[in-house]
Ligand binder design. Structure first.
Ligand code: 4AD
Ligand code: MG
Length: 458
């Protein structure tokens, strides 16, 4: 269908001004008065609507009437003119309704609550809020690929169906083709009859396969969906989320922290440059001062803080935390929030966590108590990155696995990376929805995904 994007009209108005153009889109709002009607048309190419001005002595009233309904899809031809209020508007000559939209269309009001919109995920993209979220999500994804491409990382696609639980937290969704009522005398017998002949699940992380690829390619990243059957019913957990996992050879914890900080700043800078309208919208709608916050983050140094020192700060805070703070405890959201929102007021890399609360693959520090790992915590969200230098000492790695009751035989391929030409290497995982929440000020992860999957809700 020959037409011009509304974004193009606004960006290259000189070319279109005072000429005839055809646009397509959906009616966001409309007003009707005696001799004249107004429609705010949006086509998804930009956040701005194009105002249509319809004079009834120019356009036949019978063709205007069906167009005056929120949600209706139109093809409109008219003359683009300058206007004081809107910058530009279209003086309509011809209207064709592409798809009408009856009165039971649920998005009749100008503003709907996010809770209400979650009940109609199939219509959410037609709202200004979701158009903005999805536009930033798209720009952010592109910025991420762009960063790694510029820095010589190879993009690898790791399997989604896997037999190994990378994080070892037992939060894998099972993948099976067995009927629900299959009879089996043992677990082994059950999986014998299954599609793969062994227990299989959806990946919680592409890291282990990413490490294998990095061992030949030097510097790789993955960017794909990951799945966790966590029962955490919070505003920051989804059962299906997208993760970006770079893996870098010849790189220690110190180096990877530098990479991660540079990466985060670079992708935020790109979004600031490429999504001004969306950020201005969120600055009003979700978080006052959002743009200022992002600009500060790009300019300032992130804090680097040892876990042991974090515990000291928390203990001396005088705060009455729900979860008591002791060396060895995992940091809870309330602790992360205190550190990032009250104490430092900026992103913080907490490093050198106790080995007991972290995954098996992290390099044991010389103190034999802590690991060369870090989480990047940010105000308002908490953890957005999990990162570590990997254990490359085969004996220590096996010991860490056995301590966690992991079946070594299921990880022989992974262990081979330590046996054949092993090198120091490090990597991290960034949750796409978490950084998107941070950049947009959106408070609930359910509002960053087209179709959020959370416990009890598909
Ligand atoms: O800290 P995590 O579990 O680390 C890993 O998976 C490592 N294998 C990463 C690596 O070193 N390659 O998860 C990484 C990030 C978290 O910091 C968080 O941003 C996000 O993934 N994440 C989730 N996001 C949404 N919903 C969930 N349930 C998430 N679980 C983790
Ligand atoms: Mg983590």
């Amino acid at each position: 269908m020959k037409h011009t994007d509304i974004k193009d009209l606004f960006e290259n108005s000189d070319r279109y001004l005072d000429g005839s153009v055809t646009v397509c889109g959906w009616v966001r709002t409309w007003r009707d008065s005696k001799g004249i009607s107004f429609i705010e048309l949006n086509d998804g190419t930009c956040l701005k609507n194009l105002q249509l001005v319809i004079e009834k002595n120019i356009v036949d009233e019978n063709t205007v009437k069906p167009a005056l309904a929120t949600g209706t899809a139109l093809n409109v031809t008219g003359i683009l003119v300058q206007s004081e209020r809107n910058g530009y508007e279209l003086n309509v000559r011809e209207i064709t309704v592409l798809g009408d939209c009856p009165q039971d269309y649920p998005l009749q009001k100008k503003h709907h609550t996010l809770e209400f919109l979650r009940t109609i995920p199939h219509l959410r993209p037609r709202t200004r809020f979701f158009e903005a979220v999805l536009a930033v999500r798209s720009e952010l994804s592109f910025a991420i690929h762009n960063y790694f491409h510029r820095h010589g990382y190879k993009y690898v696609h790791t399997p989604l169906i896997t037999g190994s639980d990378c994080e070892g937290a037992g939060e894998m969704f099972r993948v099976t083709t067995q009927p629900w009522n299959v009879k089996a005398g043992s677990e082994e017998e059950y999986y014998d009859g299954d599609f793969f002949g062994v227990k299989a699940g959806l990946t919680v992380s592409g890291q282990l396969e990413g490490e294998i690829a990095a061992m030949g390619l030097g510097r790789i990243y993955t960017f794909g969906p990951t799945f966790r059957a966590e029962h955490s019913n919070t505003t920051r957990h989804a059962a299906e989320f997208w993760q970006i996992e770079p893996e870098v050879c010849f790189c220690d914890l110190h180096d990877i922290i530098e990479n991660a900080e540079d990466f985060i700043k670079s992708i935020i800078r790109d979004v600031i440059a490429n999504c001004p309208d969306e950020l201005a919208f969120f600055n009003e709608r979700t978080e006052k001062g959002l743009i200022e916050k992002l600009k500060n983050v790009v300019e300032s140094d992130f804090v680097k803080l040892k876990y042991t020192d974090a515990i000291d700060i928390l203990k001396k805070s005088g705060k009455d935390f729900k979860f008591p703070v002791e060396w060895g405890c995992d940091l809870q959201t309330e602790h992360e929030r205190y550190l990032t929102e009250e104490h430092f007021k900026k992103p913080v890399f907490v490093t050198d966590y106790p080995a007991g609360i972290k995954a098996f693959y992290m390099k044991l520090n010389p103190d034999n108590k802590t690991v060369a790992a870090t989480d990047l915590l940010v105000p308002g969200i908490g953890e957005i990155i999990g990162c570590s230098e990997r254990e490359v000492d085969l004996a220590k790695l096996k010991e860490a696995m056995l301590k966690r009751n992991m079946p070594l035989e299921a990880y022989t391929a992974y262990l081979d990376t330590r046996k054949f030409g092993s090198v120091p290497h490090s990597g991290f995982g960034l949750g796409l929805e978490r950084i998107l929440m941070y950049i947009t000020g959106v408070q609930n992860i359910r509002d960053t995904l087209l179709y959020p999957r959370t416990v009890g809700s598909l």
